[in-house]
Design a protein around this ligand. Structure first.
Ligand code: GA4
Length: 333
């Protein structure tokens, strides 16, 4: 029998899924040095094989990363009642355990921000209330720096794939109407008792793919992130607080007609330390048609997907559960 030394708050816990401890399979996560002349090639290979890679030598100031992390931690440490004033996330704001609106839960609390200045200026719901001016400014500065880096990577991809116009992808997230967003997550340590009770890992953020074009993740040095390989094996990504991790999203998978892989990923709770992550999700304008780019298609090649706009895809995605295969509805049979 497991004896609980201190009571734990069981609010929502029964609904949070668990999974078997991580496999110890040794998989090398591709590392791309942005200053390497071969970077473009390595990025494209990683996008095809895994849909995931790590970027070093990125030029984003470590000071900015540290400051934003500290300000995020400050927010998450404030009293629950105070944090609730910044929620619920509909879709932007503070959320605790509940993810989306269709019943998903995880061992996580978070802040979701809209990064589109046009939407923020026109829609009061897009502004997260109750956060410090310092946090708001740091988020703005961080998003700008990370967007620039993401654009550089997208331009390398366009070059390597021979797209002709090297800004064909980066333009979509640089556009002032770009429907991008940003999230700060805090995964609290998983109480030992809970881990012992189940003998399994508690899920921080359930498995899913990102609907957007590209996502850029930065975290503190706490493990938890896992990616799913082509054969279905889950592997842990060793954390590195000085680097960025890039995920291919569903939209980029479609735009490359399936050459790139939108990577399934998840986060497991750590039993000892809290994990703090910040993710920029680069999305296109709402009216943008998401369709394979003619420049990547070979002669006679047909699109594997029905035609849809980002607005249609997003609407459909928000009706799904986290782990659903969202692109399925848009694939040609
Ligand atoms: C996954 C990627 C981003 O975190 C996110 C998530 C969004 C949310 O948390 O509100 C969604 C999820 C994400 C996809 C399916 C829907 C919507 C939760 C959910 C169950 C902000 C996004 O854009 O899509």
């Amino acid at each position: 029998m497991v004896v609980l030394s201190q009571p734990i708050n069981l609010d929502n816990i029964a609904q949070i899924k668990t999974c078997m401890p991580a496999s110890n399979i040794f998989t090398v996560i591709p590392v791309v040095d942005l200053a390497d002349p071969n970077a473009k090639h390595l990025i494209v290979e990683a996008c095809k094989e895994l849909g995931f890679f790590k970027v070093i030598n990125h030029g984003v100031s470590m000071e900015l990363l540290t400051k934003l992390e500290a300000e995020a931690v400050k927010f998450f440490k404030s009293p629950q009642q105070e944090k609730e004033k910044s929620g619920p996330p509909n879709p932007f704001g503070y959320g605790n355990k509940k993810i989306g609106i269709n019943g998903d839960v995880g061992w996580v609390e978070y802040l979701l921000f809209c990064t589109n200045p046009e939407v923020i200026s026109q829609n009061a719901n897009a502004v997260v209330p109750g956060i410090s001016e310092t946090l708001r400014c740091l988020v703005k500065e961080y998003v700008c720096a990370v967007r620039n880096m993401a654009c550089e990577v997208l331009e390398m991809i366009a070059d390597e794939l021979g797209m002709g116009d090297r800004e064909v992808l980066s333009r979509l997230i640089r556009d002032e109407k770009s429907d991008s967003c940003f999230r700060l997550n805090r995964y609290p340590p998983c109480p030992d008792q809970l881990q012992a009770l189940s003998g399994r890992n508690l899920i921080g953020f359930g498995e899913h793919t990102d609907p957007q074009i590209i996502s850029v993740v930065r975290s503190n040095n706490t493990s938890g992130l896992q990616i799913c390989l082509r054969d279905g094996t889950w592997v842990s990504v060793p954390p590195d607080h000085t680097s960025f991790f890039f995920n291919v999203g569903d939209s980029l998978q479609v735009m490359t007609n399936g050459r790139f892989r939108s990577v399934k990923h998840r986060v497991l709770a750590n039993s000892l330390k809290s994990r703090v992550s910040m993710i920029y999700f680069g999305g296109p304008p709402l009216s943008e048609k998401i369709t394979p780019l003619s420049s990547v298609m070979e002669e006679g090649e047909e699109s594997g997907y029905k035609e849809f706009t980002w607005s249609e895809y997003k609407k459909s995605a928000y009706k799904t559960r986290l782990g659903d295969y969202r692109l399925g509805l848009f694939e040609k049979s």
